[in-house]
Ligand binder design. Structure first.
Ligand code: SF4
Ligand code: SF4
Length: 155
């Protein structure tokens, strides 16, 4: 008991053997290190390829329909289940996903580990004519064609 007590008392007056974290700037990650994902919604085409290739299914896409017909698309990447395989970045033809060298992925709540971004997908332009107008135009064209054929027959 006495040696342990002696050690404990001695250690009380010693400097900690561990380093405070973070102590200054963290060292740079090794070249090619795959850290926290960066998602740039301005480059995203909403093709969904990243969702298909993510084996742990750690990303999520929310689609909200807006009143004007556009869609509000939000991508969320959950770093707590990401394996940093970079498949999503490799398959993203528009380079909207990149792997950063940020390995300081620490936090106290789930939100600290989520990477999110939102884009607006514009609705396709509305057709100039209604289906009824198109049908009417077709009928008129058909009648004109018929009349022309009859006139040609009658000489
Ligand atoms: S991030 Fe890339 S792969 Fe994913 S939906 Fe957008 S464009 Fe497609
Ligand atoms: S790095 Fe891999 S595991 Fe992480 S989101 Fe991309 S595909 Fe999924």
């Amino acid at each position: 008991m006495l040696p342990y007590l002696k050690k404990a008392v001695t250690n009380l007056f010693k400097k900690p053997s561990t380093e405070a974290f973070p102590a200054g700037d963290p060292p740079k990650a090794a070249e090619g290190y795959r850290g926290r994902i960066h998602y740039d919604p301005t480059k995203c085409m909403n093709c969904g390829m990243c969702l298909r290739v993510c084996a742990p299914q750690c990303m999520h896409r929310d689609i909200e329909k807006l009143e004007n017909g556009d869609q509000k698309v939000t991508f969320t990447f959950d770093m707590t289940s990401c394996t940093f395989c970079a498949m999503c970045a490799d398959f993203c033809s528009s380079h909207a996903i990149t792997m950063t060298d940020d390995y300081m992925i620490v936090g106290t709540k789930l939100e600290d580990f989520l990477v999110t971004g939102t884009m607006i997908k514009k609705a396709p332009p509305k057709p100039k004519f209604t289906p009824e107008q198109i049908a009417e135009m077709k009928a008129k064209a058909e009648a004109a064609k018929k009349a022309k054929a009859e006139a040609a027959q009658n000489g």
